[in-house]
Every structure is written in structure tokens, then in C-alpha cells.
Ligand binder design. Sequence first.
Ligand code: DGI
Ligand code: FE
Ligand code: FE
Length: 196
Amino acid sequence: MQMSSKNKMDLNELRKAMEQELSSKRYLHTLGVSYTAACLAMAHGADMDSAMTAGLLHDCAKPLKGEEQIALCEKNRLEITEVERINPSALLHAKVGAYLAQTRYKVTDADILNAIRYHTTGRPKMSRLEKILYIADYIEPGRKHVADLETIRQMAYRDLDATMAKILENTLAYLKTTDGQIDHMTEETYQYYKHS
Ligand code: DGI
Ligand code: FE
Ligand code: FE
């Protein structure tokens, strides 16, 4: 693939890179997120190319095993929280993904990098693009069915904040039925959006 080491890659190059790097299942999810993020950007007046870039790259660290993600963070002095260390595959891939988007895929836009970084837990006061990626990841057409998904899909095109609140409420309820430890950021994000 032709690619300058400095210049950012265009959407088609990113798509091809993800097709090579990801499992076919993860690649299909990635395309779904990218196009869903584009639709949400159209509906909410956000930048479509940024939404598609964030969508294509959001899970780029998923092929790395948990211990590889931890090693990469340690080597590059990225801070790892206790809960990320315990759940690297679920939680750390977002932070590592943002790092790879910047270093390997030459993304310089801070909003895109933050959207990738916070796509799993969210955070209070998210930008429009951050909310679009978080929501697109949850509602893309290939996502396996979860409670209230039809309602959430419709809400997403009308009210990003209310949709954040609903997804977070359902995610926290789901996590409480598993032995997955809740990241305080997920809880804080819910507290921030729950009155939307
Ligand atoms: O990478 P994906 O599977 O496409 O989706 P994702 O990055 O949004 O989430 C990965 C998983 O992380 C998903 O099953 C929900 C879960 N998750 C979200 N918040 C938390 C969490 N898992 C734990 N342990 N703690 C959290 O706070
Ligand atoms: Fe993810
Ligand atoms: Fe995802």
C-alpha cells in the first residue's frame, strides 16, 4: 500500500488497512460503525469525514491481546488504570486505539482521537463527535440485539444526550449482571447524562 509516513491516510486507505488488520467479523462491525457515524453526522450537522475516520479506527487495537496492549502502554508511557489492567480487552483497547490512530494511522485531529479514546466508557461533557462515535458503536446494523435497541436507534437521530443516557443506563444494568468491573468513567458519564 502506498502511504507516506507523515501524511494522514485517506478514508479508502484506512478502510483497506482495517480490512487487513481486523477479523472479518470485526471489520464488518467497523464498516457498520463508520457508516452509522456518517448518518449521525448528517442528522446532527457534524463533520462526516471525521465521523467515518473515527468509526473506521475505533477498534483498531482489538486484534492485540490484553497483555500486548498493556506492554504497548508501558513501553510508550501511557497510564493504565487499575480497572483497565484487569479488563484490557474491554477497556484498554480504546486508549490503545487512540494511540495507534495517532502514531500508525497519522490522525492529528484531537477530536477524532478523543472520540476513539472514550468510545467504550464515554466521559462527561463529550463533544458532538465523541457522542456520535459512542452511539454508532452501539446501534450499528450488525450489533447483536440488546434491550431497547429499536428505541435507541430512533432516539439517536433526534437527541444525542438523551441517547447517551439511555445507552449508559442499559450498559450499567448489563454490567451489573456480569462480573465485569465498572470503570468509574462509565458511572461518571451516566451521572452526567442521566437527566438529559
Ligand atoms: O469494542 P466493542 O465490542 O465494539 O464495543 P465497546 O468498545 O463499546 O465495548 C466493549 C465492551 O466493554 C462492551 O461489552 C461493554 C463494555 N464496557 C463498557 N463500559 C464498561 C465495560 N466493561 C467493563 N468491565 N467496565 C465498564 O465500565
Ligand atoms: Fe470498542
Ligand atoms: Fe466497536
